[in-house]
Design a protein around this ligand. Structure first.
Ligand SMILES: [Zn+2]
Ligand SMILES: [Zn+2]
Length: 133
């Protein structure tokens, strides 16, 4: 059993998710790259968990890419990714919007056939705990 809390960057939208997570995928598809502006999305998936908006549900909007199943919910004020429920009943929760520490590790990288060309050997890139001097 899991119980997660989350919110967007501006703090308007707050939610809780209760239930079991069925998978945690790092999706490298072209849609997720555009949608996140990064190398991949990081989404927790659940077929049975319930999503409850605790605040700001009116500032949440959803975009579905025409002709695809790619769907994204986000805050109208700050643009942060938020959980969305798909037509199939699947709940998709972007890991980064959670305030509760995520206790599970990613299940798999998916759609790596469209991986960004710069997304290779990232473990070898220098790291700084904050902004470099
Ligand atoms: Zn917001
Ligand atoms: Zn994707």
């Amino acid at each position: 059993m899991t119980h997660y809390f989350g919110s967007c960057l501006c703090g308007n939208a707050k939610f809780e998710v209760q239930g079991n997570c069925d998978g945690f995928y790092l999706c490298h598809c072209k849609y997720c790259q555009k949608d996140t502006g990064s190398a991949h999305a990081a989404n927790l998936l659940s077929k049975s968990a319930t999503l409850t908006w605790l605040a700001g549900s009116d500032s949440v909007t959803t975009f579905t890419l025409a002709g695809t199943r790619h769907k994204k919910s986000f805050c109208k004020v700050c643009g942060s990714a938020l959980p969305s429920t798909h037509d199939t009943g699947l709940l998709v929760i972007p890991a980064g919007c959670l305030d509760t520490e995520v206790s599970i590790s990613p299940t798999a990288h998916i759609f790596t056939s469209s991986k960004a060309v710069w997304d290779e050997g990232l473990g070898d890139v220098p790291e700084f705990e904050g902004l470099p001097e």
